[in-house]
Design a protein around this ligand. Structure first.
Ligand code: PEP
Ligand code: MG
Length: 760
């Protein structure tokens, strides 16, 4: 057999090598040879892939399985055969020479070649003496595959891989990724060759001391280059957890301005590959991240990359031991939006967290107290210190919302997402720098507020793709149920009754105190009925009311006293059990509708003790709700206490649980979810939260109790990946995120199983 080229280093590659190393490998080679500092990498070539499947007779075995797919439209058969093929590839031993070549190449990463001059023995010693390094193993597909965007499953990328066996395993995983059910379907349907060229790029992972992003065209002042930088890894910038330093450089490479921010934290990878958040001390936190020489060097690369690709670039960089690496570059896709800001003469007024996507313009109305709410006319921009969900009626009229305070799980943000109204929260200064009557544009994607008017952009709600893990939607406002139903989601994972209640501007206690509880029951029933008609035949999970005193103090009849710690105060099930008339009115509204054939899941919020579950269950029994053919019951898991006693809770006969990660994170970390000062520490992916999720899912599975999530974290991809890996039954998301999350879940479900372990 003619000698195969199993391995190729970036130095040996150019853009003409797509056939050998796929699109990504060829692009990296091109960048490397154009003198851009990409992290070192080698490619396990498409020839290596073909050698692997031919010399081990894998090709015949794969073909054999493919022949068993007699009907590509039979999804179950297709999925099963696809996973058989992937397992076969992963479990087949690689030819010895190929394995050795890959390990030899990987070994080269383990030494700093620049430091070793001379004796090969020294090299050998260094190789064995040093800890193996972390690499990322990424798939790189050949051009014909890339020509159709629907060719999914090609984007597998495995990070934090370390050690010979792991590298080999992950190369095989990349090879296996060409046999997702969707990819096979596509090829068989189009009559394409079943085996495609796939290459695995093995690239050194950079241990970032500093990192960030560069826009070769500054979104605000388009003639300049904008650099944003933080200590540690760059994901803190993207997620909005860290306020980065920003540097503006002219196209003549002169530093125009720099703004050093108080970064507070850094995200770093520890020696076992786990990503951690560390707190920075006062001095480090306020220290400038980049030296001027680094700023200028980065800007220079950005302009060169723009020239190389002929388009403005959005670039990720990392700095390790003082050395700059370009980790990723892509054309700026959001330039359309940036054009809008150009029309605005580039005047950025303020920045905050993008809490609800979309772009809208309108006239500023500053609301300093509830008494000002009358000022809001259709299409105005509501600007306030912190929106209260009891402003819901006025919020519906607003074209956009801007606040000084708040995080993205604040109820006001939740409501604006549901209404599809762009919102920017946590600007710190909107009410002081914006002026009544001023015309502004709110960019809810990027958390920016501009002076002037621009083209509006609403987020469209589209149907989800089918997935095994059910995708449900969140609906708090009956007026927006129809919008949410456009997702064709499997059901509603959470209705917060507070939406219906606040629309009437009266607190439940008003009805109790004035002996008008029937009126309350009717209001709840009418609201739920409206939602039900948009989701006929589907389950709607409704939470009994959970009203905090700080959020609803303006409703008529609300308690006068605002509690010292409203988050820990008198709300949720503890309130309902003490105000049984209100509680029973809510339950009876659901029962009435269930009698008519609508399907409900009733869930109890803020559970902390078994006694509460038993007491609530007793009420359900008295009202003959338990055993009703159209009603299930369950609890929210949103306190660490509930997570700890989950086994006992399951024994009470619940049908389901739903994670309220907004609160579970707040109560686990002791971080106020509504206080933007501490948002940088609010992280649903904290291991302390994940451990509870993992444990609860495991216990629920054992007890045959359905599991779901209705906290905001269900729209975060890393959380979705974690929960799907743990085997959660469904995810509830905002209507406008439903399609994207469903596509992501589908990709995850088609990936070879990663043997996700329970965390606890
Ligand atoms: C939660 O806590 O995650 C939740 C869904 O409830 P809320 O946001 O209403 O507190
Ligand atoms: Mg909650």
């Amino acid at each position: 057999m003619e000698k195969k080229r199993l391995i190729a280093w970036l130095s040996e590659l150019s853009k003409d090598d797509v056939k050998l190393v796929g699109g990504k490998g060829a692009n990296l080679g091109e960048m490397y040879n154009s003198k851009f500092p990409v992290p070192p990498a080698f490619c396990v070539t498409t020839e290596a892939y073909h050698y692997f499947i031919e010399s081990t007779r894998l090709r015949e075995q794969i073909d054999e399985i493919l022949r068993k797919i007699t009907d590509v439209e039979n999804t179950e058969l297709l999925t099963q055969k696809a996973s058989e093929i992937r397992e076969l590839i992963i479990n087949t031993e690689m030819p010895k020479d190929m394995r050795e070549e890959i390990i030899e190449a990987y070994d080269h990463f383990n030494v700093d070649l620049g430091q070793i001059k001379g004796a090969p023995d020294a090299l050998a010693i260094m190789r064995t003496a040093r800890e193996p390094i972390f690499v990322a193993v990424r798939s790189s597909a050949t051009a014909e595959d890339l020509s159709d965007a629907s060719f999914a499953g090609q984007q597998d990328s495995f990070i934090n891989v370390k050690g010979n066996d792991e590298v080999i395993l992950n190369v095989k995983k990349v090879f296996a990724s060409t046999f997702t059910a969707r990819a096979i379907y596509y090829r068989l349907k189009k009559g394409f060759e079943a085996h495609v060229g796939i290459c695995a790029v093995v690239q050194k992972m950079i241990s970032s001391e500093k990192s960030g992003v560069i826009f070769s065209v500054d979104p605000v002042k388009t003639e300049n280059v904008l650099i944003e930088a933080v200590f540690g890894q760059g994901e803190g910038i993207v997620s909005g957890r860290i306020k980065p330093d920003s540097y503006i450089v002219s196209r003549e490479l002169e530093l125009v301005s720099e703004k050093v921010s108080d970064k507070k934290i850094a995200i770093v990878r520890d020696s076992s590959g786990i990503t951690k958040t560390v707190n920075l001390n006062e001095e480090k936190s306020k220290q400038k991240v980049l030296k001027t020489s680094e700023v200028l060097e980065l800007a220079d690369y950005a302009l060169k990359l723009e020239k190389h690709y002929g388009k403005p670039q959005d670039i990720e960089f990392a700095i390790e031991n003082g050395e700059i690496f370009i980790v990723q570059t892509r054309a700026i896709t959001t330039l359309e939006k940036k054009k809008e800001s150009e029309e605005l003469e580039g005047k950025l007024l303020t920045k905050g967290l993008g809490a609800s996507p979309g772009v809208a313009s309108g006239v500023v109305k500053i609301i300093r107290s509830m008494g000002d709410l009358y000022k809001i006319k259709q299409g105005d921009v509501l600007v306030t210190q912190m929106t209260n969900p009891d402003m819901v009626v006025s919020m519906q009229k607003a074209s956009a919302i801007v606040t000084d305070e708040g995080g993205i799980t604040a109820h006001a943000a939740i409501v604006s997402r549901e209404m599809g109204i762009p919102a920017v929260v946590g600007t710190e200064n909107a009410t002081s720098i914006l002026e009544d009557g001023q015309e502004i544009t709110v960019d809810g994607y990027n958390g920016k507020v501009f002076l002037g008017k621009a083209q509006g952009k609403k987020v469209e709600v589209l149907p989800v793709v089918p997935t095994k893990t059910k995708i449900k939607v969140l609906v708090d406002l009956p007026e927006f149920a129809e919008r949410a139903a456009k997702t064709q989601a499997a059901g509603v994972g959470l209705v917060r009754l507070e939406g219906i209640i606040a629309s009437e501007a009266k607190h439940p206690l008003y009805y109790e105190d004035n002996e008008k509880i029937d009126e309350y029951q009717k209001i709840i029933r009418t609201g739920l009925e409206k939602i039900s008609y948009s989701f006929i035949g589907k389950e709607i999970w409704v939470r009994t009311s959970d009203i905090r005193t700080d959020e609803y103090s303006n409703l008529e009849g609300a308690p006068k006293q605002i509690e010292r710690n409203p988050m820990l105060g008198f709300h949720g099930i503890r309130f309902s059990l003490k105000h049984q008339k209100i509680f029973r009115a809510e339950l009876s509204a659901m029962k009435d509708l269930a009698d008519k054939g609508h399907k409900f899941g009733i869930m109890f919020p803020q559970i902390i003790t078994l006694e509460e579950v038993k007491a609530a269950k007793q009420v359900l029994e008295e009202m003959q709700v338990i055993g009703h053919p159209n009603i299930k019951w369950g609890v929210m898991i949103e306190t660490p206490a509930a997570a700890m006693i989950i086994k006992e809770i399951c024994k009470q006969g619940i049908n389901f649980i739903s994670f309220g990660t907004n609160d579970l994170t707040q109560y686990t970390l002791a971080i106020d979810r509504g206080n933007e000062e501490v948002q940088y520490l609010y992280n649903e992916m904290d291991p302390a939260v994940l451990k509870q999720l993992s444990r609860v899912i495991r216990e629920c599975k054992a007890a045959k109790v359905e599991t779901s999530i209705c906290g905001q974290a269900a729209s975060r991809k890393e959380m979705v990946e974690f929960l799907v890996g743990q085997g959660i039954d469904s995810l509830s998301v905002n209507a406008d995120a439903a399609l994207e999350i469903s596509q992501f879940v589908k990709e995850l479900e088609e990936k070879p199983k990663q043997n996700q372990k329970s965390l606890d």
